[in-house]
Write a protein that binds this ligand. Sequence first.
Ligand code: ZN
Length: 99
Amino acid sequence: MGFLKRLFGGGPQEYVDKTGLYFYFKCANCGTVVKVRADKQHDLNNAAGGYVWHKTVVDSRCFRRMQVVLNLDRNYNVTNSEISGGQLVSEADYGNGDG
Ligand SMILES: [Zn+2]
């Protein structure tokens, strides 16, 4: 799980979206990576020890649905992910390939 710490560890950015969390999901069917924003105030549900986020993600190539459930701690670090039809990937995977 080390890559998740690097992925969400932050870094210098010109614009800070304080309520937005960005995740990248790769479609298991066609390989397209989809960027999805989760709003801390509106999209996350309280759960034991943190938050849970439910999302249906659809890519723009094959339109197959990915059912996403992410568990986050109170610092918005991903502690568990369950994704049917895809996988959680890093920002570096976004935009690779067909651009
Ligand atoms: Zn797809």
